[in-house]
Design a protein around this ligand. Structure first.
Ligand code: SF4
Ligand code: SF4
Length: 102
């Protein structure tokens, strides 16, 4: 089997990508974002890096975050260089993303 082609992935519509996964949403947020820390952030790297589009800047300089459709990829935690902005854990057992094919 050949390796996935990144160019092909880019051609798949966001809605189509999201329709291939299932989210078993836990009551506890496995990621939390401290919007106060985000106010002094100049990069907003999480907004462009999150493949599920879960970070939204607010007009007052904060960040809105919704954990419910998280792919658990860890990208936000990797790109954010502000200490304390993101608290990252895995969801509780039996919850979280379920990847499906096709
Ligand atoms: S989560 Fe990190 S990268 Fe995103 S706005 Fe906050 S401080 Fe910036
Ligand atoms: S772990 Fe991945 S999908 Fe989840 S919020 Fe962070 S970047 Fe987005």
């Amino acid at each position: 089997m050949s390796a996935p082609d990144p160019a092909r992935w880019a051609d798949i519509a966001f809605e189509d990508r999201m329709s291939t996964v299932e989210f078993r949403v836990g009551e506890r947020a496995h990621i939390s974002v401290d919007s106060e820390v985000c106010r002094s952030c100049t990069t907003r790297a999480c907004v462009t890096a999150c493949p599920a589009d879960l970070f939204a800047p607010t007009a007052d300089g904060g960040i809105l975050f919704n954990y419910e459709q998280c792919f658990e990829c860890g990208t936000c935690y990797q790109v954010c260089d502000a200490e304390g902005a993101i608290t990252w854990t895995y969801p509780d057992g039996g919850h979280g993303v379920v990847f499906r094919h096709g």
